[in-house]
Design a protein around this ligand. Sequence first.
Ligand code: ADP
Ligand code: 3PG
Ligand code: MG
Length: 395
Amino acid sequence: MNKLTLKDVSLENKNVLMRVDFNVPLDEKLEVSDDTRIKATLPTIRYILDKKPNKLILISHLGRPEGKKDPKYSLRPVAKRLSELLAQQVRFIDDCIGKRVKEEIKETKEKVILLENLRFYPEEEKNDSNFSKELASLGDIFVNDAFGTAHRAHASTEGLTHYLTSVAGLLLEKEIQYLGDLLQNPNRPFVVILGGSKVSDKIGVINNLLPKADSLLIAGAMAYTFLYAQGKSIGNSKLEKDKVLVAKEILEKAKSLNKDIVLPIDHIVVDNIDANASLEVAGEDIPSGKIAVDIGPQTIEEFKKRLKDAKTVVWNGPLGIFEIDKFSQGTYKVASFIASLSCISIVGGGDTASSIAKFGLESKFSHISTGGGASLEFMEGKLLPGIKALTDKNE
Ligand code: ADP
Ligand code: 3PG
Ligand code: MG
């Protein structure tokens, strides 16, 4: 990577302004219900604190409050959770720009400060240059560790970089290393697994990774558009009619590149998507009226066969409706199998990451991306605006 990173700059006595992605889910009591993204930033925060800065000022968005102040989207509960995780008090300031914010930053005795939701100002998403300047005036140096928001060209991700030296944080660097560099130059065999809900979400990823992969395994809801395109019966399983042609083109492209696309050969089917539904196994053709909710046992075995010698595995998209325990076996068994391999295993996608967390297998994967949309766009081979804007090494 030719961008400056934290290791290239001095932080001593500086006010370090860091964009993080603390866009985490809150429960009905407005407490953080999943702190994965906060934890993923801790190594960067600790690294910075070790370098004796004057203050570390954290900025983030949470949810989509549409440019209005809304207590439902306050970052205050995140400051509380971060204080617990760091075992040190984090000062929360209930605004993110202006004179009062500056004074409070100056006066507080706490080293770490979290400012209120950037998206309470419409200027954030509009990438307004005056708003960027206001934010930039809070720090002496800018660190971007918000990989999850790197696909957005907003005032706090892209705009700010025009006013301060801008470097990648450790999390951002790690994401680039795995999803960028490693996918450019994978150890082989390189197997890609794609699942999840929609073909339309994943076309860009397929087009970018198909030429690079040795095999591409497709499951989840999106497999049924491909199976339909091959002339199979798919019952009432999810079909994107307007993507059948695209699926046909992808299957043709794979043929011309001499690449294997492996689709499910059997399925777990139900009459209704319901936790109490009774399960049946269907073979290649799904009887009319039945809905496929998971891959079947033969498909699991076929996927394992394709995976067993892999040196790099990239996975995006659950293989069934994993949110319902009964329909999660395919996703679980394939996840456990990958976890048992000695290969580089990379996971992208919010729901895929949640499925692995649900199975308690996080520590067995080489890298689980903190990005949803950002990891998909990165896997499409796009240069993300938040990364592109960072200061070049030779600048
Ligand atoms: P990610 O967030 O990891 O990129 P997606 O958002 O593309 O994944 O897809 C996740 C969703 O796909 C899950 O909510 C899951 O229930 C759904 N899904 C997986 N398999 C099926 C299926 N056979 N039928 C309907 N939905 C499915
Ligand atoms: C995410 O959760 O994908 C990021 O935090 C970006 O959020 P957004 O889709 O609301 O821009
Ligand atoms: Mg998703």
